[in-house]
Design a protein around this ligand. Sequence first.
Ligand SMILES: Nc1ncnc2c1ncn2[C@@H]1O[C@H](COP(=O)(O)OP(=O)(O)O)[C@@H](O)[C@H]1O
Ligand SMILES: [Mg+2]
Length: 238
Amino acid sequence: MLRVVGLSKRFGGVVAAREVNLEVRAGEILAVIGPNGAGKSTLLNLLSGLVRPDAGRIEFLGEDITHAPPEVRAWKGLGRAFQIVQPFHEMTVRENLMVGALYGKPGASLKTAQKVVEEVIELTGLSSKADTEAGELTLLEDKRLELARALCTQPRLLLLDEVMAGLRPAEAMEAVELVQRTRASGVTVLFIEHLMPVVRALADRVVVMDYGQVIAEGRYEEVAANAKVREAYLGRSA
Ligand SMILES: Nc1ncnc2c1ncn2[C@@H]1O[C@H](COP(=O)(O)OP(=O)(O)O)[C@@H](O)[C@H]1O
Ligand SMILES: [Mg+2]
């Protein structure tokens, strides 16, 4: 579904991505993990088009999107949810989702957008909050809304950057269930996460980054047992 070849990005003296090669397979849930500053968010920014690479290529559904602007990537089915949730506070959940639905598919009729929004509200368990102003939501509901907003753009591949951050363990497990339901609805998922129980519960495959490089990949048990991975975490763990 997605292929990244030799992707590199430098910020001044910091190499945030160093010749990253990566594949995301249709239907899978792929986790990207790594210590703070490893380049995980930069990778997502490169994929969604918020940051331009110095070198390398990004292919999505067989098309070269390396130089496509973010909205074009969204239209092609590359969706993104953010760690810091920024809904329109004075708008209701449903109105916020309409914005996502209309942004995701330009030229979509209001009726089509409404249909997508109602489906996503159902899927994400936001029915009882649909008419609540976004400013009144709890943190968990905020996260649901952010995921729902991304889903309203009708992604084929959804990119999630630490969407569980700040949640209590029980809440994080609810969010895990939501991501599983999202995949079951036909969406491929690439997520960044630092909570290992979440990674273990969700990921079919794990990619580990350190200093802008991919240092390991495989099933959770494989990478957890990998010496380089252990060193990357234990060597600098706070
Ligand atoms: N826009 C930016 N400008 C300058 N440096 C950046 C920028 N974005 C990321 N970096 C740097 O790139 C490195 C990787 O950051 P990031 O991708 O956020 O890591 P992670 O998400 O794995 O914690 C860090 O050293 C960070 O300070
Ligand atoms: Mg990050």
